[in-house]
Design a protein around this ligand. Structure first.
Ligand SMILES: [Mn+2]
Length: 408
């Protein structure tokens, strides 16, 4: 009681002793005044304080100025969730004119071809959620000082392809059709790149088969750089045990099938492999037959990030490249939210450095798959990593525009 009387007295004393300007901060709500001031950097002061370092901001225009066009458009947490707050385009509309684009994100909510934990059907939504702090006006790389969102390419999010959860054969056919529609539109910046390129947000890894069945139309057979802890070239007779033809098409056999269908070149590579084979020799021999060279997870300890980048670049050479990133290439410490975790994997930083090191390759398609958000941490470890992986894949596409030599 005594204490509170003393406290009240001292507050009163402060009120009378302090000059009015120190009694309270001059806050208004909504905070219109500071925003208006910011809209012109030359008048960026208020309350009579011109600011000490005003000159260094003279070439900087705040995207949030109240008079700027983006005042009601740009907010990382507003509106509906798209990948990195990109504009949504109804790419799958039957209409001809849906708005043009050069690079498209396409969700593939599909997880009924998994052999481990299901849940990747929620991957596209999870990756978008993990990307919500990435936004074009503020995406300047601290490493390159470039902003690949603000380059030549118009980049959009097409939303998710409608895929049945009750029949894998039908679902993969639906996804293939969606890919063909999205890639079949005229590119926005046609003097630079005539065919839009797609980054798929998976979905279990079988979704890559549908993507490769579409890329063949324009790009022919491609080299696949496959980041994964598993080889995924398993013979359907081995993985699935030959239960049925239907069971043979799954997230561990799709690269075997892609090879059988002539979709990929013999200059492909796995990176980050550490899961065991199911037999002593056959899996590895079959993997080689499917066109792959193996870079194991532990190779990074011997040759480092640079060595892995050099190996991958030498392997694919000048060919068209499809990059597929199974998030389980990362150690479960960095990506717990996936279907078939394998310990002893790469860190997020290592993977991002390797991906960025692939600059210059002719990347014609890409994906991030096997993200199953239900197993993620409260800190959203996996979806944050997956979002940044997708951002890196997008940057590779922007850095190297490519034109196809085929027309379907
Ligand atoms: Mn995989």
């Amino acid at each position: 009681m005594l204490f509170s009387v003393q406290a009240s007295l001292s507050s009163l004393a402060l009120l009378f002793l302090c000059p009015p300007s120190l009694r309270a901060r001059n806050i208004v709500f909504p905070p219109v005044a500071p925003l208006q001031a910011n809209s012109n950097p030359h008048q960026a002061h208020h309350n009579g304080d011109p600011g000490q370092n005003q000159d260094q901001y003279q070439d900087y225009q705040s995207p949030l100025g109240a008079n700027s066009d983006q005042f009601l458009e740009f907010d990382k947490f507003a509106g509906l969730s798209t990948f990195s707050n990109l504009p949504w385009v109804h790419c799958l509309s039957p209409e001809d004119d849906v708005g043009k684009y050069d690079i498209a994100f396409l969700g593939a909510p599909f997880d009924t071809a998994t052999t481990g934990r299901p849940g990747a059907r929620f991957g596209p939504a999870g990756i978008r959620w993990g990307s919500r702090r990435i936004a074009a006006p503020a995406a300047w790389s601290p490493y390159t000082h470039d902003n690949t969102f603000l380059s030549w390419a118009r980049i959009v999010d097409c939303g998710d392809a409608p895929l049945t959860v009750l029949d894998n054969t039908v679902a993969l056919r639906q996804l293939g059709k969606a890919h063909k529609i999205v890639a079949g539109r005229t590119a926005n910046t046609s003097e630079v790149a005539t065919v839009p390129r797609i980054i798929t947000l998976g979905g279990d890894h079988a979704t890559t088969l549908a993507a490769l069945r579409s890329t063949i139309d324009y790009w022919g057979p491609v080299s696949v750089i496959h980041f994964d802890s598993h080889i995924d070239t398993w013979d359907p007779k081995v993985l699935g045990g030959g239960v049925s033809h239907y069971a043979g098409v799954n997230h561990g056999t799709f690269l075997h099938i892609a090879h059988e269908e002539g979709l990929i070149l013999n200059s492909s590579a796995h990176a980050g492999i550490r899961a065991p084979g199911m037999n002593k020799k056959y899996d590895w021999k079959n993997d080689k037959r499917c066109g792959f060279e193996i870079i194991t997870a532990r190779d990074i300890d011997k040759i480092g990030v640079t060595g892995i980048v050099e190996k991958l670049k030498a392997r694919v050479g000048d060919t068209h490249v499809y990059i597929s990133v199974d998030i389980d290439v990362l150690d479960p410490a960095f990506a717990p939210a996936t279907g078939t975790s394998e310990v002893g994997g790469w860190t997020t930083r290592e993977l991002l450095s390797i991906l960025d090191g692939l600059e210059g390759l002719k990347v014609i398609g890409a994906d991030v798959v096997e993200v199953a958000p239900v197993y993620d941490t409260a800190g959203e470890t996996t979806v944050l990593a997956a979002a940044e992986v997708a951002h890196s894949l997008m940057s590779l596409m922007v850095e190297t525009p490519v034109k196809p030599h085929l027309s379907p």
